[in-house]
Every structure is written in structure tokens, then in C-alpha cells.
Design a protein around this ligand. Structure first.
Ligand code: FAD
Length: 469
């Protein structure tokens, strides 16, 4: 390969893959030496996401090494690091896949201005969402605020771009710039043990999950709401870190023509919709999208917040979800809705308290998805579930975990309860409780609140706010 040309920098962020990665593909296609790099500049990353990122970067580095290249990791201010890499390597071009969150956009704008001023060619690619948020507008020319018309427009207009096959070799620069120690990005804290057994961060892990997609999609329409079975793809952390291309996923699903593909594609549509919202309303993670909710009198109850975080609310489906989250860094979507509704409506605590906890404990933590969904449940978001929709943690448990399999898996202290009482232990007889070694209030908490009364309190609070539910 031709080594006389100056190298090209490839800036990787949440696109930690070789296959269908436009920035890598187009830089490699020039035949020039390439320098793939990552800048560790995000101090706001949650603990679980930091664990995932460390392993994913190691996996990407080893994949690059098999192509005669490797990943340069730098720490510190992104602008400083990009300019110093360019200066050290003599690179005259920078390729990256666009990112859409407010912080990333602001950093990229500064880097592009400085790099161009230094005579460095900038090549931006579209690689991590189905659409660029400025390309889809309502008939009036505004951003979309309601999912259904957004999805209709996206589904009718979207055409997957041509695939970008993974490179078979990469030209290395004659000298490599200095790099931080990649292993130092790994998290080994004891709380990561459950995640290590559950997940295989990196592109190979994503591909392994993808192989199992057809079996999962067979009954996706109904199975996707069942936390007691593996009815969903569990691809969210791989998508959140860009270890799999959403375009490649769409291409594969469209070829398969499986009966549930439309349902699955629609969920990918929700992922793009939340990114659309965050791009057009950058304060989505901090402000009520519907500002009428600014006057909502959320309570402050640190003890109840801690009980929710630890899975000690006395409502088994809620507690099982919170334990699953703490152990594996992931929670089933149906249970995310139930646990979020319990925090906001049963405890009347601020959705931002929940968003923060999920941000720190989710391996798929994504600013747009987390904020968009928390506000959806709170009723304050765009296209939100109407506030009066208060999830009943007992009937939801009975409906979506009918045998109590999910609760038994995550709450071993209730495992021996008979199924009729597994979602409402107080309905077990004294002999059933004693046979199951359950002592309510001691081995398992009594309910933090009476759901029926809490529901009425939430609705009355909303009514007093005068918000159209
Ligand atoms: P599947 O059912 O297999 O869906 C396929 C893909 O579609 C997912 O991988 C995901 O990328 C996307 N998707 C599915 N459901 C949603 C949804 N409701 N909103 C947006 N995208 C969706 N998802 C995240 O990726 N990161 C988050 O930080 C996040 N926070 C959430 C917070 C709350 C309160 C709620 C209710 C949901 C949140 N979700 C988040 C969405 C959803 O719970 C997960 O994407 C889903 O559970 C991932 O599991 P899966 O890959 O098996 O989904």
C-alpha cells in the first residue's frame, strides 16, 4: 500500500465496529495510512456504561490488530487530543461518524473549526442512526413531536445506504503517535461480576446476539412484553455503543421478511425518534418537555428513593426489575416502564431521579433513549403516555410474569411462594408464608405505599396541576 501519502485520522466514538462503519470504510478505501483513535473525555459516563466501553474498546483494538493496525486511546479534552494527534502524525484528514447528542455536537463543531483552520480535511459520515434529524420534518417544516407520523415518514422514506464492508487490511503509519494505556479503561469493581457473565461487549458479541435474532423474532409481537422469557434481542448495549450498524440490522431484517420484523423495526424507529427529539430539544434530559409539568410537586423522599434503587419496595415485579438492573446492567423494557411508573406515580418522585439512576446502572445507557423514555412514562414528554396511565405493579406482574418465573429469578427470598401470591405476598396464608420462609417486614419488605391510595394521590396531584392528562 502506498505509504507516501500523509495518514488519515479516524475518530471513533460510539461506533466501535469494523463492519458497516462508514468512517473506517472510506478512510481505508483511500489506501493511505490510517490512525483509528478514541478520546476518553466523557466524565459523565455512568458506571455500567464505563464498564462496557472499556471492554468494547479492547475488543475493537484486538480486531484492528488482526488487520495490522491498532486503536490509539487518548485521555483529556477532545479538541486538544485531536489537534495534537494531527500535529504528531502529520495527518491531513479526519474522518468520523456524526453524533447527535448536545455535548458531542458542541465538541465536534469546535474540532471541525480548528482542524479546518489547520488545513485538515474533515469528512463526516452518517452511520449511527437511521436518519439525520434535520432531514425529517412535519408538513409545516417543524421537528416531529409525535411518534406515529414520524415513524410513517421514516419508514416510507428510509433506504439503507450501501453496505460498508469491514476492511481486510489497514495501512499503518510509519510511526504511531503516543497513546494512553487501553487496559486502564477497564472496570474491575466487584459489582461488575454479574455483567461479566451476562454480556460479551464488542462487535463479535453483537454478531453472536444477531445470529439468535430470527429465533427471537418468531413471536416478537407478544413475547417482547414478557420479562420471564428471552423474547427480545438484547441488542440495546451493542447498538448504544455502535458495535452493530443499525443500517445492517435493517437490511438483515428486511431480507428475512419475518412476520414480526415490522414490530422490531418500529422499535428501532423509537430509538431514532428519541434521538430526533434530543437533537431538536437538547434540554430533554433536564427539562420537562411539556413545561406545564414544571409546577408538578414532586416529593423528596431519600429513603423511599433508596428502597426503590435497591429493589426493596415490597412490590415484587418492581423489586425484581431493580435487582436485575443492579446485577446485569440491563432491565427488560416492560419492567423499565413498571419501575419508572412506580417511582414517579406511586412514590411521586421526580423522573430525573430515576433517569440518573438508570444512567449510572444501564450498560445501554443512552442520553436520548433514557430521557425520552423517562419523560414518556412521566407524562411530561413528547408523545407521552397519558399521565393517568398508572401501571399497577400487581396486575402488571400477573399479566407479564404469570408463573412468577422472573420474580423468582431475581428475588430468591420469595422463590418458594405459591404462584397465586408471588406478585402480592400479603395474599399468601400464614402457613404458605412459613413454608416459603417468608417473613413479611423482615425477610421481604412490606409495601412502601398502598398502590390504590398512591394512584389516587398521583391523579389528584395532576388534577390540581390542571394539566390535560
Ligand atoms: P428489543 O425489543 O430487541 O428492541 C430492539 C432495539 O430497539 C433495542 O435494542 C433498542 O435499541 C430499540 N428499542 C426498543 N425499545 C425501545 C424504546 N422503548 N425506546 C427506544 N429504543 C428502543 N434503551 C436504551 O437503549 N438506552 C436507555 O438508556 C434506555 N432507557 C430507558 C428508560 C426507560 C424508563 C424505559 C421505559 C426504556 C428505556 N430504554 C432504553 C428503551 C428500552 O427499554 C430498551 O431499548 C430495550 O429494553 C432494549 O432491549 P432489547 O435490545 O432486547 O430490545
Amino acid at each position: 500500500m502506498n505509504r507516501t501519502h500523509p495518514p488519515i485520522l479516524i475518530w471513533l466514538r460510539r461506533d466501535l465496529r469494523l463492519d458497516d462503519n462508514p468512517a473506517i470504510f472510506h478512510a481505508a478505501k483511500t489506501g493511505r495510512p490510517v490512525i483509528p483513535f478514541f478520546v476518553d473525555d466523557d466524565k459523565h459516563l455512568g458506571g455500567a456504561a464505563r464498564w462496557w466501553r472499556g471492554r468494547s474498546l479492547l475488543a475493537l483494538d484486538s480486531a484492528l490488530r488482526s488487520l495490522g493496525s491498532h486503536l490509539v486511546v487518548r485521555r483529556g479534552d477532545a479538541l486538544d487530543q485531536v489537534m495534537s494527534l494531527a500535529q504528531e502524525s502529520g495527518a491531513t484528514a479526519l474522518h468520523f461518524n456524526r453524533r447527535l447528542e448536545p455535548r458531542g455536537l458542541a465538541i465536534d463543531a469546535k474540532v471541525v473549526t480548528a482542524a479546518r483552520a489547520a488545513g485538515i480535511e474533515i469528512v463526516e459520515h452518517h452511520g449511527n442512526r437511521l436518519h439525520d434529524p434535520w432531514t425529517l420534518k412535519t408538513l409545516k417544516g417543524d421537528p416531529f413531536r409525535v411518534f406515529t407520523p414520524f415513524w410513517r415518514r421514516l419508514a416510507e422514506s428510509y433506504q439503507p445506504p450501501a453496505p460498508c464492508p469491514a476492511p481486510t487490511a489497514l495501512t499503518a503509519p510509519s510511526t504511531w503517535p503516543g497513546a494512553s494505556d487501553l487496559a486502564a479503561l477497564e472496570e474491575h469493581a466487584p459489582w461488575t461480576a454479574g455483567m461479566t457473565t451476562q454480556w460479551r461487549p464488542g462487535e463479535a458479541g453483537a454478531q453472536a446476539m444477531l445470529q439468535r435474532l430470527p429465533e427471537k423474532l418468531a413471536d416478537y409481537g407478544t413475547a417482547r412484553d414478557r420479562p420471564d422469557i428471552e423474547g427480545t434481542s438484547r441488542l440495546s448495549p451493542h447498538l448504544a455503543w455502535g458495535e452493530i450498524s443499525v443500517h445492517a440490522l435493517w437490511r438483515q431484517l428486511s431480507q428475512e421478511g419475518s412476520p414480526s420484523q415490522n414490530g422490531y423495526l418500529r422499535e428501532l424507529g423509537w430509538r431514532d425518534f428519541n434521538s430526533h427529539l434530543l437533537y431538536h430539544f437538547p434540554r430533554l434530559p433536564v427539562d420537562n418537555w411539556n413545561r406545564q409539568f414544571d409546577a408538578f410537586p414532586y416529593r423528596s423522599a431519600p429513603t423511599q428513593l433508596a428502597a426503590w434503587q435497591k429493589g426493596l419496595t415490597g412490590y415484587p415485579i418492581v423489586d425484581a426489575g431493580m435487582r436485575e438492573l443492579w446485577t446485569t446492567g440491563w432491565m427488560h423494557n416492560r419492567v423499565r416502564m413498571i419501575t419508572a411508573s412506580f417511582l414517579i406515580k406511586d412514590l411521586l418522585l421526580d423522573w430525573r431521579d430515576g433517569e440518573k439512576w438508570f444512567w449510572d446502572t444501564l450498560v445501554d445507557a443512552d442520553l436520548a433513549q433514557n430521557a425520552g423514555n423517562w419523560q414518556w412514562v412521566a407524562g411530561s414528554g413528547a408523545d407521552a403516555a397519558p399521565y393517568f396511565r398508572v401501571f399497577n405493579p400487581i396486575t402488571q406482574g400477573i399479566k407479564f410474569d404469570p408463573e412468577g418465573t422472573y420474580v423468582r429469578r431475581w428475588l430468591p427470598e420469595l422463590a418458594k411462594l405459591p404462584t397465586h401470591a408471588i406478585h402480592e405476598p400479603s395474599t399468601a396464608s400464614l402457613s404458605e408464608l412459613s413454608a416459603a420462609h417468608v417473613s413479611l417486614g423482615r425477610s421481604y419488605p412490606l409495601p412502601l405505599v398502598d398502590h390504590a391510595k398512591a394512584r389516587l394521590r398521583a391523579l389528584a396531584t395532576l388534577k390540581a396541576l390542571g394539566t390535560a392528562a
